[in-house]
Design a binder for this molecule. Structure first.
Ligand code: UDP
Length: 265
C-alpha cells in the first residue's frame, strides 16, 4: 500500500468513526487506516473541567508525531504512519485495549496523593500501573488479576504491554533528559494490530504533554497538562517550549491560529 499518496477526499465527506475528548477519528484513505484529528479541547477531572485552548491540538499533533516517529525508528511498534497536516495524522487501525498504562519515574499526581509521597520524590524504580478506560467510572486503577479475569487482555498481552512500556519509558527519559526535561510519568495506550493472521501489540493513541508530566530539570517548572489541571495558565507557552526544545518548531514559529487565548467552554 502506498501511504505516501496524497488524499483528496474533502473533509466533509469523511466518515467519523469516533469522537473523544481531545481527538476525532475519521475513516482513512485505505482499508486498515484511520485519520487521527487533534482538537483544541482540554478536559480534566473526567469532563467536569473543560476549556478550548486554541493551538493545543496543533502542538500535540506535532509533538506526538515526533515521539511516535522516533519510536518507529528504534523498532518500537506504533500505530503511527505519517502526519498529514497541522491537525491530522494517518494511523493504522488497531483494536484498542481498554487500559491506560501509566509509567512513573517520580512521585506525582494520584500516586503522590494515594500513597502520601511528596511530589518530586524519585521512585526506587520505574512503576507501571494499569487503569481501566471508562469515563463513567473515572478510569479506576486495576490489577493484572482484573485485566485477565475480565478478559481485557491475556497474560501474554500484559507481558508484551509491560515490555513496550519499559522500552518507551527508557527511550523517552533519555530523549527528554537531552533537552533539559525530566520525564516524571506518562500514560500510553496499546492496540492489537492484525496483519493477516498475525497479531501484535503496538503503541497507539498519542504521547504528548497532555499525557506526560514533564518538568524542567533546573527549575522544576511544569511543561505539561498540569498547568491546566491546576489552573496555572501558560499551557500553550509550555507546550511550545517542549516543541522547540525537541527541535520540532523553529524559534519564530507559532502554531497556526494560536495565541494564548483561552475560550471558556
Ligand atoms: N494521564 C492521562 N490521562 C488520564 C489520566 C492520567 O494522560 O486520564 C497521565 C497524566 O498526564 C500523568 C500520568 O498519566 O502523566 C499519571 O497520572 P495520574 O494517575 O497521576 O493522574 P492525575 O494526577 O492526572 O489524576
Amino acid at each position: 500500500m502506498d501511504y505516501n499518496k496524497p488524499r483528496y477526499t474533502p473533509m466533509s465527506r469523511r466518515r467519523r468513526i469516533y469522537e473523544g475528548k481531545a481527538k476525532v477519528l475519521y475513516e482513512g484513505p485505505e482499508p486498515g487506516t484511520l485519520i487521527q484529528h487533534f482538537k483544541d479541547d482540554a478536559t480534566a477531572a473526567g469532563t467536569k473541567k473543560h476549556e478550548v485552548i486554541e493551538g493545543k491540538g496543533v502542538l500535540n499533533n506535532r509533538i506526538s508525531e515526533y515521539l511516535f516517529q522516533r519510536l518507529n525508528d528504534i523498532g518500537v511498534p506504533t500505530h503511527f504512519i505519517r502526519r498529514l497536516n497541522m491537525r491530522e495524522q494517518l494511523i493504522r487501525e488497531v483494536e484498542i485495549i481498554p487500559l491506560e498504562v501509566c509509567v512513573r519515574n517520580v512521585a506525582a499526581g494520584s500516586l503522590a496523593t494515594r500513597l502520601g509521597i511528596e511530589e518530586g520524590t524519585q521512585l526506587p524504580r520505574s512503576i507501571i500501573e494499569f487503569y481501566y478506560k471508562n469515563d463513567q467510572l473515572n478510569d479506576p486503577m486495576v490489577s493484572e488479576e482484573h485485566i485477565t479475569a475480565f478478559g481485557w487482555a491475556t497474560p501474554q498481552e500484559i507481558d508484551d504491554i509491560m515490555a513496550l512500556a519499559i522500552r518507551v519509558n527508557d527511550f523517552m527519559c533519555g530523549l527528554f533528559l537531552g533537552v533539559g526535561i525530566r520525564l516524571v510519568d506518562f500514560k500510553m495506550e496499546c492496540g492489537r494490530l492484525w496483519e493477516n493472521d498475525l497479531m501484535r501489540i503496538v503503541v497507539a493513541d498519542e504521547i504528548s504533554p497532555d499525557s506526560c508530566r514533564l518538568w524542567d530539570i533546573k527549575s522544576s517548572e511544569k511543561l505539561d497538562k498540569d498547568r491546566f489541571r491546576r489552573d496555572m495558565g501558560g499551557l500553550l507557552e509550555a507546550y511550545t517550549d517542549v516543541a522547540k526544545r525537541l527541535g520540532i518548531m523553529s524559534e519564530n514559529e507559532r502554531p497556526q491560529g494560536a495565541g494564548p487565548v483561552l475560550v471558556k467552554g
